[in-house]
Ligand binder design. Structure first.
Ligand code: 6PG
Length: 269
């Protein structure tokens, strides 16, 4: 994690002229990572978020990916979830099921949704326990640096206040270093109760993709990426994979403040 004043590893920036182009490239990127992981490890572990992300993943349900991706090797998790019933309109699981899972042939037993029948605290504990079991048998890889789970891909969607997953600016959950999965009860974005991966888990992934679309994300993109910004507590800026690769998928409106500041918005490492 870059402290204030330290150079920030920006990751690779991919800026697209249209949302359609962004969605096409995102699908290609996910499909390629899936192929590599299945070849190397025999499976692909992916953690999703809520927001506009799932609709942007729609292209994966279409040709050629619906036929070429080895869906039976996918293991699906959530980097964050709202503590509501699974059939509630606010549920990230429901959104993912309706918009993605119901359209591809991922095995039900490989879909790790969050228990909606217990308190948010217990749900977070159970989710971490389930991940620990999968790390033990190496379905999920393990970071050699800190023993954290090493997901093949964590997909995050940027909030307009700079939050990622359910890690919000100035929230104590940002400081959580001991747990892999934590919970909050006072989310500034409704609903208030949520569970979320902690930063050490996000930063231990092999690949992290951060997606930002729309003009309302432009300032957050700027604060997350631009040089000379003293915004290190901004959650998105704290996404700095230690031994993995970060790629930003940004549409032109979301890149507008970055562009205006003359930051190089083309493939910056
Ligand atoms: O459960 C959630 O609320 C999400 O995981 C959250 O992190 C979301 O991805 C961002 O808030 C962006 O959401 P929008 O794309 O809807 O702005």
């Amino acid at each position: 994690m870059a402290a204030s004043g330290e150079p920030k590893k920006k990751g690779e920036l991919r800026v697209f002229e249209s949302l359609d182009e962004l969605a096409t490239e995102l699908a290609e990127y996910i499909a390629q990572l899936s192929e590599i992981s299945v070849k190397e490890r025999g499976c692909f572990t992916i953690a999703l978020s809520g927001g506009s992300l799932i609709s942007l993943m729609g292209k994966l349900c279409e040709a050629p990916y619906n036929k070429t991706v080895d869906w039976t090797k996918w293991y699906v998790f959530w980097a964050d979830e709202r503590a509501v019933a699974k059939n509630h309109v606010d549920s990230n699981y429901k959104q993912t099921k309706d918009g993605f899972l119901s359209k591809v042939s991922i095995l039900n037993s490989h879909v790790y949704s969050i228990n909606d029948n217990v308190t948010v605290e217990d749900a977070a504990g159970e989710y971490e326990f389930a991940i620990r079991q999968l790390v033990k048998i190496r379905t999920i890889g393990v970071s050699e640096i800190n023993d954290c789970p090493k997901f093949d891909l964590i997909l995050l969607d940027l909030g307009s206040d700079g939050h990622v997953a359910s890690l919000f600016p100035q929230h104590p959950a940002l400081e959580q270093k001991d747990e892999w999965v934590t919970y909050i009860t006072n989310s500034p974005k409704p609903p208030p109760e949520r569970i979320t991966f902690t930063l050490p888990v996000i930063n231990s992934a092999s690949n992290v993709a951060l997606v930002a679309s729309g003009e309302d994300k432009a300032m957050a993109v700027h604060h997350a990426i631009a040089d000379g910004v003293d915004a290190s507590p901004l959650p998105a800026r704290m996404v700095q994979p230690t031994d993995g690769k970060l790629v930003w998928f940004i549409d032109r409106p979301a890149a507008s403040v970055l562009d205006a500041g003359n930051n190089d918005s083309q493939n910056v490492e």
